[in-house]
Write a protein of this length. Structure first.
Lengths: 375, 318
């Protein structure tokens, strides 16, 4: 009897071991802002990644395995980001990571990522992030050298405006954007009549608005980080009678900024890497996201959706989960249509080279045109 | 979505009503505009600072959750007005009732158990309460900042080139009324005098038959309601967010020191002064350093007049 039970146990063990191997998953880490002041974006980012994950798994997974997402909170801070990355790198079996969307956080975590040597998709748009000799970061969004070129190109060549005021946040993203926009305008032979910085969470933009008014600018280019700042600035510009053209960075069309500013953003142009009706892919994504979360998608989710699918594709193409193979797989992605645009990765890790230009009217984002650059 | 009467961006600028206007007139209107904004934001600092001071006087403790009272008031209004769709007045009353109840809970949960300890444990207790409140609201309402309707249905009026935002006007008016009310309450009513006696000397007050615990409870209620009002008033301008209270509280705390630690008049004057100083300095010197001016002013005061404008030379009473 004892013998029988032992063999039964052994047989059971063998039987259960087989499916256990088949159920083995490919683990992908994701560092998101689940708590802290930017937690709004973190929820969206996780939504986007999960949506892609479910689709990939429903279609049979990658290399015959299911994908598994391992979220880690970065508390919306730089130290938190480094900690979250270290934690994920320390975990067994994580083959790739989707990093956060803030440039400053990626700057902080970059050495950790380089040391770990694990392919990481990033959403930060500071151009320098992929140019610091870190072979392991790949950008799921176009970088700010392109957003500034599109802002400048659209303002000068389409709107035909040449008296520019640049308003920017003084954080890493805003200052980087300001420098890039100044350079892009210079390439078109224009020196801005005003370059005005402000710190995040400014409660009052009156001095900024008055400076814009005084400068006589007929177009405003902005790199603003926080949605409440966008809302306050937009309202005060209008209250003080400034109705110049306004072309800004993608934060203008975030769901939160539009909800806070309401009709005050009427007539504003913005560059956006994600626009619901820009392409067949983005239209399909919008429908799926709305069905899943009862929310309108924005860039915070769309880039993570693309990043997840890029990683799955790279792993599938490489037929391996080794870091070097995944890296090769990502760089090998050329002319692939994602929801943000058509990805063609270069050796540095940049995949997108253009932006959509959109216009906000009565809370609706209308697609105007897509501007792409070759270099 | 409500219609906005102002022109959209990218429309030709309205013709200047007075193209012959002298540059000096323009400079004057701009300065008046900046001062108006400064006074309005300063009023909010003043309201929160007033809440600070009342609790400092009653318990000798700085309440680090004072800014979060404003945040809670804002969210209560979001709940009753925006989410449940109650009429504005009813939602406002409900929000203030919630704040009053919250004041009692705060007293018995955060201050009362530690009342016989030194100021440090209580101070840390309020700091803990602040973190707890912010994360509770995060869990309940989610991280997105919320817009809030203005108190009046108009955007504002333009007086000779200076735009007076209706919400800022409401903030100024309400602050004025509350300051007046607080003064009358403390100086002219028996309850106010009992509260003053409690804040001056608890043992003596107890000997005189004043129910000290009740007086402190009332102080917390009043302070929570003041914070709540600040949140409801400023919500339409700065939006209602988890972090809104911390931003205001930091400035309000600086205002209490500039005005004179624990002085009611000082809190008001300090708040208004701080608002105007940072607005003017941001306009005339440099915008990115706006927050720095407030703290530079604080630094100068600590250096030159550490007891603040209205503070007594010796602040501790024997």
């Amino acid at each position: 009897m004892r013998f029988v039970s032992l063999t039964a146990v052994a047989a059971l063990a063998i039987l259960t071991a087989a499916p256990a191997v088949a159920q083995d998953t490919i683990k992908i880490g994701i560092v998101v802002e689940a708590t802290g002041p930017n937690a709004e974006a973190g929820v969206f980012t996780l939504n986007g990644a999960k949506l892609a994950l479910e689709e990939i798994n429903a279609a049979g997974g990658v290399l015959g395995k299911r994908l598994e997402l391992k979220p880690e909170d970065n508390q919306s801070t730089n130290p938190g980001t480094v900690l979250a990355f270290s934690k994920l790198f320390g975990e067994k079996g994580i083959v790739s990571i989707i990093g956060p969307i803030r440039s400053t956080q990626i700057q902080a975590a970059s050495p950790t990522i380089a040391k770990a040597g694990i392919p990481t998709m990033i959403g930060g748009t500071d151009p320098s992030l992929t140019k610091v000799n870190n072979r392991w970061v790949f950008r799921g969004r176009p970088n700010d050298s392109y957003s500034s070129r599109v802002i400048a190109d659209f303002g000068v060549n389409t709107l035909k405006k040449r008296k520019w005021a640049i308003v920017h946040s003084t954080d890493a993203f805003g200052s980087g954007g300001m420098n890039a926009l100044t350079a892009s305008l210079k390439a078109l032979g224009i020196t801005p009549v005003l370059v005005q910085g402000y710190t995040n969470n400014s409660q009052d933009f009156t001095p900024v608005v008055l400076a814009v008014k005084k400068s006589g600018a007929d177009i405003i280019g902005t790199y603003m980080t926080n949605s409440p700042d966008v809302g306050i600035f937009a309202k005060q510009l209008r209250q003080l009678g400034v109705s110049a053209d306004w072309v800004g960075s993608p934060s203008l069309v975030s769901v939160t900024a539009m909800e806070l500013a309401g009709p005050a953003l009427n007539g504003v142009h913005s560059v956006a890497d994600f626009t619901p009706d820009a392409s067949a892919e983005s239209k399909a994504y919008t429908a799926k996201y709305k069905a899943a979360y009862k929310l309108d998608p924005d860039v915070y989710s769309s880039w993570a959706y693309d990043a997840m699918r890029i990683l799955a594709r790279a792993i599938g193409d490489a037929k391996s989960t080794e870091p070097e193979a995944i890296r090769k797989g990502i760089v090998g992605i050329q002319g692939w249509k994602g929801v943000e645009g058509t990805y063609s990765f270069d050796d540095k890790g940049d995949g997108l080279r253009g932006y959509n230009v959109v216009r906000i009217d009565n809370g609706k984002v209308g697609f105007i045109k897509h501007i792409d650059f070759k270099d | 979505m409500p219609r906005d009467p102002l022109p959209s961006f990218g429309t030709p600028r309205a013709p200047d009503p007075d193209p012959e206007r002298k540059p000096s007139v323009e400079a004057l209107t701009n300065n008046l505009q900046v001062i108006f904004q400064g006074l309005a934001l300063g009023s909010i600092y003043a309201l929160v600072a007033l809440g600070f001071v009342l609790i400092i006087r009653a318990t000798n403790v700085v309440n680090f959750a004072q800014g979060d009272f404003a945040m809670l008031g804002g969210y209560a209004m979001v709940l009753f007005f925006s989410a449940l769709g109650w009429p504005y007045a009813l939602a406002l009353v409900a929000a203030l009732v919630v704040m009053a109840i919250f004041g009692v809970l705060f007293n018995y949960g955060v201050y009362y158990p530690l009342r016989h300890r030194s100021f440090l444990p209580v101070l840390i207790s309020t700091l803990g309460a602040s973190i707890f409140l912010q994360n509770t609201v995060l869990a309940v309402f989610g991280p997105q900042p919320r817009p809030l309707e203005k108190t009046l249905p108009v955007d504002g009026i333009n007086v000779g080139g200076v735009f007076l935002d209706s919400q800022y006007l409401v903030i100024l008016a309400v602050t004025l009324l509350l300051v007046l009310g607080t003064y009358l309450f403390f100086e002219k009513t028996l309850l106010g005098k009992k509260l003053q006696a409690t804040s001056q000397d608890k043992d003596m007050a107890r000997l005189l038959g004043i129910p000290v615990a009740l007086m402190i409870s009332i102080t917390f209620i009043y302070s929570a309601v003041l914070g709540g009002i600040a949140g409801v008033l400023v919500g339409p301008i700065l939006f209602v967010s988890i972090g809104m209270g911390s931003i205001i509280a930091l400035k309000a705390f600086a205002a209490t020191i500039i005005g004179g630690f624990g002085d009611v008049t000082g809190a008001i004057v300090g708040g208004l002064l701080l608002g105007v100083i940072e607005s003017l300095a941001a306009y005339h010197i440099s915008v990115p350093y706006k927050d720095a001016y407030a703290f530079l002013a604080l630094f100068l005061f600590l250096l030159v007049r550490p007891q603040g404008i209205f503070g007594e030379k010796v602040s501790e009473k024997a």
